[in-house]
Design a binder for this molecule. Sequence first.
Ligand SMILES: *Cc1c(COP(=O)(O)O)cnc(C)c1O
Length: 827
Amino acid sequence: MHAPDSSFNDLDDGIDFSDVQQIKRGLIASMVRVVGFDPDSAGPHDWFLALASLLRGHLSEQGMHTSRSQYGKDVKRVYYLSMEFLTGRRLMKHLLDLGIEPQVRAALTALGQNLDVVAEQESDAALGNGGLGRLAACFLDSMATHAYPGYGYGIRYEFGMFSQTIENGQQVEHPESWLQNGSPWEIVRHNLNYTVRFGGRIVCFRDEQGHESCRWVDTDDVIAEAYDLKETGFGGSIAVNLRLWSARSTQDFDLRYFNEGNYIEAVKEKTVSETLSKVLYPMDTTLMGQELRLKQEYFFVSASLQDILARFLKVHKNPRLFPEKTAIQLNDTHPALAVPELMRLLMDHCGLNWEDAWDITRNSFAYTNHTLLPEALETWPLDLMETLLPRHMEIIYRINHYFLQDVRRTYPGDGDKVRRMSIIDDATRRVRMAHLAVVGSARVNGVAALHTHLLRERVFPDFDRMYEGKFVNVTNGITQRRWLLQSNPPLAALVSEAVGPQWIRDLDRLRDLEALADDTAFQDRFLAIKRQAKVRAAALIEERCGLCVAPETLFDIQIKRIHEYKRQLLNILQVIARYNRLRSANAPDLLPRTVIFGGKAAPGYFMAKKIIRLINDVAEIINHDPLVRGRLRVVFVPNYNVSTAEILIPACDLSEQISTAGTEASGTGNMKFALNGALTIGTLDGANIEIREEVGGDNIFIFGQTAEEVAHTKANGYNPWDWVNADEELRRVIDMIRDGFFNMEQPDRYHPLINAVLNQGDPFLVMADFRSYVEAQAAVDALYLDQRTWARKAILNVARMGKFSSDRAIHTYARDIWGVGSMVADA
Ligand SMILES: *Cc1c(COP(=O)(O)O)cnc(C)c1O
């Protein structure tokens, strides 16, 4: 389908990136022609822009080769729809993928620049809150590396995740304007856009044959404009496209106002519609039902589906082939409106009848659930939906009507079941987005074995019984390319030397490290690398917090979103207990520790913000107490993001994964730490369970109640005071917080926190798990004394992380859910 003269295999100004001289010339040309600066006076940021622009051209070329080959083979494609993509910085990733880091480094050196300094100029693309967004980024990397015909769709938020500072111990939020200096990676496609409609009304009519068709009229329209980012895979020959939509007003000026001479009113409409892609909602697992959020969801879903369908119809005339050529993955319920949107497009635009449209739709989608917390299951008010999306509401009612007919047929006379399963909650007059996603998808997956089990037993038991085989598990994974190769080059080099470089594409190869776990020379090198990473992390802490921490101490790290279920509170209680022990008598068994926290709280989340403040208040007292100097330090590292994680994770000895059992769907931080040779202290929750299975119970510190025990404890009338009163050490810790020991200037500061936990039932069982946590921490101290044994266990952790590669997850999705093949396997 391409004319022979459209070949671009040897573009004559293409650069051979294996040649330092050519890169240097290319950089100078890019500086002059694209950045527009004199190379003699350019600074590191200008050189970053020049380098990124140079690479963007190369990546675009790669992307075109990939795309041509996919069209040529007419492969089945997979589309990953996600409100969030937490990709972090891109420069070093691209250089490693393309295998040209040494050459680019040399070229920059010849220009008087240092690659590391240049790379630091890039701001994090923080288009996500936490785990869910980072998972999407790891998945794109795995799809590109293993040549799956994947494609990502999301929103180009002008302001990503807020940046965080700590002032007087409290979180302060600042806008994160990652686009302030422009993003040199984007390929802007002003001409590739779609109209997205809101509001209006429906008019239906019948033609002569009696076919009813409906039109959606008098709508308020917004334009979705495409911005593309190329995601490279390792080896660099394949690029997956990430298409992010930006909102643009349909008219720059509303002529009605303009003609009346009201210039300001005339541009107001433009500002309103363009707010759609302004901000990422900084909410993680707790949702608030705001109209703008619903509009964002529909905005990116509609643009993406119009684009997907247009791409399909370019090659295929028959829409019935759609599910054979397309798989669409919904990352949580945020894009669940894709179900009625595809129905609408197939019926109202392609002229299909309901039955055919429904057949296509339910065979095209799959849905990933990410949470068991009831407050995180999305629902939207019927009134709002009817006003904003009247056509979709009609379609949802009809989907529900046929679905409930099925339920009644399967379970005659069970009215309760019908009410429970309905997509519409009649009592609250809301649409249950998770039910819509389950009914409209061929497969639904949880993200860890326990999570999927609980999903089937507790959240969707009726659906699970009715649709046999619909619910499956795909345990999350992380890409070893970013979380070891890129973030920990010394350990990556040691591993490659020991077992060969194949682990970069096949993490199971790490298994060969087991044979070296007892090798003292290998242990020494492993420990030296850990120590080097701790020195780097200490420098970051010094720079961000002005605190000196000693790399000889045990680095105990909990970095993740601040949330009650993740239990940073449990951690700080244990720190206070340790402090008391250190102050009281001689405590020879307690080893010197540096306890490091990091993470953002949703700006409206009162309890999470209190917890941040408590950590900082406790740190202030402990770090200034001469009695514990050199034995305990507490640090809160501000503005946790991907780049911070890349420095802290390699430096970790002890990884804190202490959520209440049954609340963390999977966790992925836990995997990153273990891959970098940290030992985990954790509960039997999420993927921790599978991590224990892989590394062995002797190589992980497990404590606390199991999910079943938690349910049992709660069912038997849990009273946290009983646990506090029965435990003198815990009692003392609580008294200190209540009496203002850490905040003399305002002693009642934590009364609301204590009250909320102790007098309102302690829903996350902090008090019930305290004692067993303290005991597990004592076991950590004892083991760390014996550095050889510690190193042996840490090495075994690395060796046994194969399962937790996102490559394994993507292979599973491809085989069991999408039915797509790798382009390399096809070739
Ligand atoms: C991996 C990652 C997360 C997820 O961490 P959990 O411990 O699984 O909650 C969140 N934020 C960033 C920046 C990450 O890299």
